[in-house]
Design a protein around this ligand. Sequence first.
Ligand code: GLA
Length: 685
Amino acid sequence: MSRPDPADERLAGLRQRLQGLAYGGDYNPEQWPAATWREDVRLMREAGVNLVTVGVWSWGLLEPRPGVFEFGWLDEVMGLLGEAGVGVDLATPNAAPPSWLAHEHPETLPVDGEGRRIAFGSRVHYCQSSPVYRHYAARIAERLAERYADHPALAMWHIGNEYGGFGCHCPASLAHFRRWLADRYGTVDALNDAWGTAFWGQHYESFEHVGTPAARSRLFSGPNPGQLLDFARFSDAAALECYTAERDIVRRYSPDVAVTTNFMGSYKNLDYWRWAAEEDVVSLDMYAGPRDPDGPALAAYNFDLMRSLRGGRPWLLLESATGRNLTDGRNYARPAGQLQSRSLQAVARGADSVMFFQWRASRAGAERYHSAMVPHGGTATRTWREVTSLGRDMARLADLSGGVCDRAEVAVVWDWESWWALESPDHPSNDLCFPDRLLDHYRPLWEANVAIDFVRPDGDLSAYRLVVVPNLYLVDDTGAGNITAYVRGGGHLVMSYFSGIVDEYDRVQPGGHPGPFRDLLGIDIDEFAPLEPGETCGMQHAGHAGTATEWQDVIDLAGAETIAAYADGEFKGRPAATRHHFGTGTATYLGTSPDRETLRRLLLDCVTGAGVTPVLDTPAGVEAVRRRAADGTEHLFVLNHTSDEVTVGLGSGSTVDLLADGAPAPVGGRLRLPPFGAAVLRDAP
Ligand code: GLA
């Protein structure tokens, strides 16, 4: 019998303690007098809060002078929370080093690509390669671990906050980059080969001559793409070293307590596939704008990505906004009722928590207008009423804790290295944006209630009916071989343009485009012909007149058939999309970005062709997702993201809505949902 994964055991410990889903938020008691802490704890109980993240920004108060520690206030807070039965997700405070560190060790401050040292006064002002920073960050982490490892309130460790993986150009980072390159390549000749330094005479004789790709190098011409890609890899790796160092410290003191760090979803700098493998549980901060028409689709794809990072295990939503969210650039209020549907969307897609930034709205500081669970107006507010109501919903869904979503029938390939390389400069078009292209492909599937997992290019594809590969510019032999084998073995694939173009060093694949996918797709690409921003070209697909944007591949058929063709312009009559039967599978290729409706038709054709079954047919703006409870019982979440009342046909069968007030209420074949309303349906017993 295989041994249980220790991460799963730690998580089971957390579940045991929470007795249900986690509900709460970031709690920053240091911003308030002690009298407020007592009120906070009372209100937390009123709202059904059972987990709070504490200490994220506390380093300067926990260690006000070097080596002088003041834990008294945190002892009191931990005590109050523990007595009230509220678990603490205790943070190591490395994301905001104290002012004394910046003052005494200015070499810990990061240096940007222009050579400017970043000043103290905001947050995340540290160089992730600095041995001095790492020393002090490890010391405060160890002091916290020593002191609180056995504290009854400790529920989970939260290492740092939203690691950024920002490339730094200071001397310590430069030395670290050179060591990292020497480890990666072994010899400088191997680096010369990988980076293609014969071009522009960039040959290196020693790792000591290699620099970081600072902005200066773009003064006259572009930087070396291999150097840029490796600097992205290095910056990610340096951040991960900071995380694992502190994770290992807290684990020494509390080996049974789960450890996480909060991710930012589709965040470019960090390869979360690698990070997730170092965590007990994946956690996410999600701030989809209340007014963004793509908000629910954006959130859905981030949630699916988080669930996929650890193979479908439950994950935690650690931060979201009860209302206003500063990242919009404008402080939009959340419409009444939207808090419920947007929050439960995370649970539907596998989260075992709904948490917010932050518990109590700050009076001062840059985020004083960010929403909170307890707004400036206190409990006599709509936000508070909705927060307490959501707390009741979370309690009603307690059985879902630890339950999973079934594996989806559709997988979307996601690869951070390819993203880094795709958005590198000096391409046929520098307008390609991976998250935008990803959303283009995800949105129509999401609108049709098709369940989706994300996979790596070399991940196990065998169980999927359909695999979608948006713009996989960089792919290594393993990934290309894996995708090819999937189709050969009977899989259905959709791949879009500028895929399979370069190897893992950002060197163009030999023999023409699209490199390793030519046989699979049955095409040769003679030329890339990007369009101007805003320029379009007509295209025809199955009698539908659409438009092509962004890009045109000039495709020669080599076994594939045309399923959409350009209707005007220089390439009139030539293929815009193709289909090829390969092995026992089918590969569809999109050589352009079609308009939304055309892309929807193309993708849904593939969904039907692959025999994929959507969860439910719902009116526009209504999302349907299935998730199981821990005992395997299936639950259907129906979420109305519109400001209108809607009616959803459920078909036959007798279900109950777990969110109804009082006992779970029977639901007939037609479900009515108020604006932004939600229902969680389970078969009637
Ligand atoms: C991030 C941070 C929080 C807070 C929120 C809200 O998620 O982790 O500290 O700044 O954004 O903007």
